[in-house]
Design a protein around this ligand. Structure first.
Ligand code: IDP
Length: 163
């Protein structure tokens, strides 16, 4: 019946995952964790958020004491946005992330992504949508044709080589 199905049947979901600026250097290790988990990467984009992008993406935190620091951090360097698909993808990806605060994650879930690759309370390696509604909004923000994300040209900013 409907109750039994809703309680026990796995629901195939999409979620939005993002590697934050402090962790894109670990992209290979993070993707490896995703692959081993059985979640499937169905879209991926490496880019850079403008301050405006970051302010909109984290709009629900506007006014909180960490908001400006979060916006500066999120627009400071490259990020990698991913669409993940799988049974209960939203919950499973957040379980792989571990607690929001890296220092707590190191204590309580040392093998979680934040425990392994995070830096501090704000710089915590990766993001994951917390509900189907946020997943829908964030995936659209990042990947829809009508996306308002201003993909930054970072190619020309490279200072490590001559081309
Ligand atoms: P979540 O990313 O685990 O869903 P949220 O509460 O939605 O956690 O916060 C969004 C992001 O804002 C966090 O991932 C972290 O980067 C930053 N953040 C949240 N709470 C704090 C805080 O108390 N101090 C500093 N940064 C915070």
């Amino acid at each position: 019946d409907v109750f039994t199905r809703s309680k026990f049947q796995n629901i195939k979901e999409k979620t939005f995952a993002m590697i934050k600026p402090d962790a894109y250097i670990h992209i290979g290790k993070i993707i490896s964790i995703i692959e081993r988990s059985g979640l499937q990467i169905s879209n991926l984009k490496m880019t850079k958020m403008s301050q405006e992008d970051a302010r909109e993406f984290y709009g629900e935190h506007k006014g909180k004491p960490f908001y400006d620091g979060l916006v500066n951090f999120m627009s400071s360097d490259l990020i990698v946005g991913m669409e993940l698909v799988g049974d209960n993808a939203i919950k499973r990806w957040r379980e792989l992330l571990g607690p929001t605060n890296t220092l707590v994650a190191r204590e309580q879930a040392p093998n979680s992504i934040r425990g392994l690759f995070g830096t501090d309370g704000t710089k915590n390696a990766c993001h994951g949508s917390d509900s189907p509604g946020s997943a829908f909004r964030e995936l659209n923000f990042f990947f829809a044709k009508t996306s308002k994300l201003k993909t930054q040209a970072f190619f020309n900013q490279c200072t490590c080589c001559v081309i």
